[in-house]
Design a protein around this ligand. Sequence first.
Ligand code: KG4
Ligand code: ZN
Length: 335
Amino acid sequence: MILAIETSCDETSVAIMNFKGFLLSHITINQKNHKKFGGVVPEIASREHLQILQLIIPRALEKANISLNNIKLFSATCGPGLVGGLLVGSNFARSMAIGCKKTFYPINHLEGHLLSPLINNKKISFPYLALLLTGGHTQTYIVNNINSYELIGESVDDAVGEVFDKVAKILGLSYPGGALIEKRAKLGNSKKYNLPHPLEKDKTLNFSFSGIKTSVNIIIKKSIISENVVNNMSASFQNKIIDILVKKLDKTLNFINQRKINISDVVIVGGVASNKKIRYSLKKFCKKNKLNLLYPLNQFCSDNAAMIAWTCLQHYKNKIKPKLNFKVDPRWQLK
Ligand code: KG4
Ligand code: ZN
């Protein structure tokens, strides 16, 4: 069995997985104390992780009907993320590993997201193209295999989830705002506001989102805010994000074709990948291009320990040795 901990941001999560990849228990607690601050407060997050882990680790063991002695591998997210949370989660897992004389695997959070659609899903084949859409990152990778990731595009400023959250804040919606914007967008007119398309003519595969947020801010400052304005702006904003993702995916596929890399699967991962309109639009585009669009189950889109356990299992199976003296790294890049 593997016990994994995820504490890189404001979700505290524990998973127990067996060596066949079957989840015996998975508990994710979304910290609510940040709402009133309109964003994650790192110190509060670290203190909450410490409190919550003490409660949910025994509960996860109980649910899985096993004791700590049955755990063979311990793992935790060691970066990227907020350093306080990373220290709490990784020290918790590493201490248990030392106490039980077992091995500790430090896991990269982005790798966890990239492999999350594979959890108990044999339909995806390597190499695949992954769009990583989270609150901290917007990146495109060619996933050649386990432990072989090539970064081919990324946001030069805000991450896509971050811009959802910032636009939600401008519209007076609470934190985190992504799911709220999706809900409001259903009620609005997506053609009401004309928002910019940053880096539209750019030759790289990079993204830029911060100009859209500025534009929303300017328009809203000049408007009298009403339910209609919020709904119409949510719809216009979400539509613009979809337009950017589809056009960039098109450009990325051209690049992949030029390099003669044969892919049949495109995956979207991370919190923003739970957005139904984004899923639907990218699926439609992929279908036109004879590609499969896949995404993880909702519980594996936002931050979760199951993807950390799964990544640990893949490292173990592929004989990738864990770095024993690894320290947490808030900016850990995937190489
Ligand atoms: O992957 P995740 O849980 O955490 C990070 O690693 O950052 O992603 C969180 C982000 C937040 O910005 C949140 O607003 C966004 O995912 N998100 C959404 C939706 N659900 C969550 N964005 C758009 N539509 C959604 N339905
Ligand atoms: Zn994440």
